[in-house]
Ligand binder design. Structure first.
Ligand code: 10G
Ligand code: SF4
Length: 342
């Protein structure tokens, strides 16, 4: 899987693009607006695979196919799949025994596939392979007797899934540098850390540093477990935020990686950074008198929503679009074997 390691942020040139050019002529007295479009943005390889898993499962088994939790944190994606016959549920006990069920890209505690197996259900695990990798690492450390310190956000499904790989009490969760200071562990020389994949790179770096300061023998990844997509989208925002009067992040309030992009933009010089799920949510008052606007999209937000925003902007401004490319990505993941073509 060497091709997965596309984390380096190469300096690539900005390009002027004619994205979704206006279909009708616009009045020329509209104010000018220069859009800085972050690249990479939007779907990552894990999201792409998870959506494909739902579509292929529907093709293979017919509707309805059940999905435990939003397959990815985006209403547009969920509603598009519902229209094709997917039924989204919170818990496995809402799924009949005789229909296939898919587990979301964020990962699930071990008890969930175990229960599906007990009920003889057909299940397809859409957990991103990069999340599964964190699960396996945590298990490996646990087997060697280490207590795991997980850096992540309490209650997030990925965190619930990672904690649920191990028996109760095997994982301690920390969310902040302060949590590290107050952490109480039985054997401080026998620890390992792991992280959620969608955290702020900079905030997590500080927490890892605090962990290494307090527990110098702690084992763990070289840096953290934040994935290539999270890293690249944050780096792209860092490149455009200082040049933008305002910035829109396409994404959902429950999308960890999208919310992090808003925070990164604010820290890097764009205080008017806003999360929007659709063009209809844009607060136009906050965009009044701006000359430049940054746009990006979280890993679960489809490009069609970026196009929708550009079209809405063209109704109000004379828009020029510059795509600012800070990295290129060529990551893709295979589908689970149960769905492989026969
Ligand atoms: O950013 P989070 O983890 O909330 O998820 P998302 O669905 O918005 O984006 C895709 C990321 C994952 C599936 C988590 S690895
Ligand atoms: Fe996988 Fe990263 Fe996408 Fe999560 S954000 S699904 S870890 S590629």
């Amino acid at each position: 899987m060497a091709h997965l390691l596309t984390r380096s942020v190469r300096e690539l040139p900005s390009i002027m693009i004619d994205k979704a050019a206006p279909v009708s002529s616009r009045p020329s007295d509209l104010p000018p607006l220069h859009v800085l479009l972050a690249a990479p943005r939007g779907f990552c390889a894990g999201v792409d695979r998870a959506i494909q898993i739902v579509e292929v499962t529907l093709q293979k088994f017919g509707a309805p196919v059940y999905v435990r939790h939003e397959i990815v944190h985006n209403r547009f994606v969920v509603e598009s799949l519902e229209a094709k016959g997917a039924v989204f549920v919170k818990e496995l006990d809402e799924v009949p025994d005789d229909r296939p069920v898919i587990f979301s890209a964020h990962g699930v505690p071990k008890s969930i596939p175990a229960e599906a197996q007990r009920r003889n259900m057909i299940y397809v695990d859409a957990t991103c392979p990069l999340v599964s990798k964190v699960h396996r690492e945590a298990e490996r450390h646990h087997e060697t007797g280490r207590t795991i310190i997980l850096i992540g956000h309490a209650g997030h499904p990925e965190v619930v899934g990672t904690i649920g790989q191990l028996p109760p009490g095997a994982v301690h969760l920390v969310e902040t540098v302060e949590d590290v200071a107050s952490l109480e562990v039985a054997d401080p020389d026998n620890l390992a850390f792991a992280t959620q994949t969608t955290l702020s790179v900079d905030d997590t770096g500080a927490i890892v540093e605090a962990l290494r300061d307090r527990f110098p023998t702690i084992a763990g990844p070289k840096k953290e477990d934040i994935c290539y997509a999270t890293t690249n989208r944050q780096a792209a925002v860092k490149a455009i935020a200082p040049k933008a009067d305002a910035l829109l992040v396409l994404g959902a309030p429950n999308s960890s990686n999208s919310v992090r992009l808003v925070e990164v933009a604010r820290v890097h010089g764009c205080t008017r950074a806003m999360l929007v799920q659709r063009a209809s949510q844009i607060d136009w008052d906050r965009l009044e008198k701006i000359r430049s606007l940054g746009i990006t999209a979280g890993a679960s937000a489809p490009e069609v929503l970026v196009d929708e925003v550009l079209e809405a902007l063209r109704q109000r401004f004379q828009v020029t679009v510059e795509e600012v490319v800070t990295a290129t990505e060529n990551v893709s993941f295979k589908l689970p074997r149960v769905l492989a073509a026969e």
